[in-house]
Write a protein that binds this ligand. Structure first.
Ligand code: FES
Length: 109
């Protein structure tokens, strides 16, 4: 796992979703009910951009067909059979960091 600092401009200051490119990966940075989350951007249902969605009761809602995903686990609502990736976040004195998996290629070299 590699920890990368998130630019302050990519962090919503109020409830909302921002798409950020971090270490060549697109992620959604989400503030919901005063808590920060980071998830994958593409909806597993049909590929919609989840940064165009919204949050309700701890779930991220896809703007296309309204699939809902738990912000803590990434698990889709019952009956959907899908999930999104939720990245770990850490607040340090120098700011917020996101934990990204290193690809096998990066680990190799
Ligand atoms: S593309 Fe997200 S629910 Fe269909």
């Amino acid at each position: 796992m590699k920890w990368v600092k998130i630019e302050n401009s990519s962090i919503p200051q109020t409830d909302g979703i921002r798409k950020a490119r971090i270490d060549s990966k697109n992620v959604c940075i989400i503030r919901h009910d005063d808590k920060l989350y980071a998830t994958s951007v593409r909806c597993p249902h049909a590929g919609a951009d989840l940064s165009g969605g919204w949050c309700e009761k701890g779930r991220l809602i896809c703007p296309y067909h309204r699939h809902a995903f738990d912000l803590e686990s990434g698990k889709g609502d019952e009956g959907q059979g899908d999930y999104i990736h939720v990245y770990p976040l850490e607040q340090r004195p120098e700011g917020w960091f996101i934990g990204l998996e290193e690809s096998w290629l990066t680990r190799l070299f």
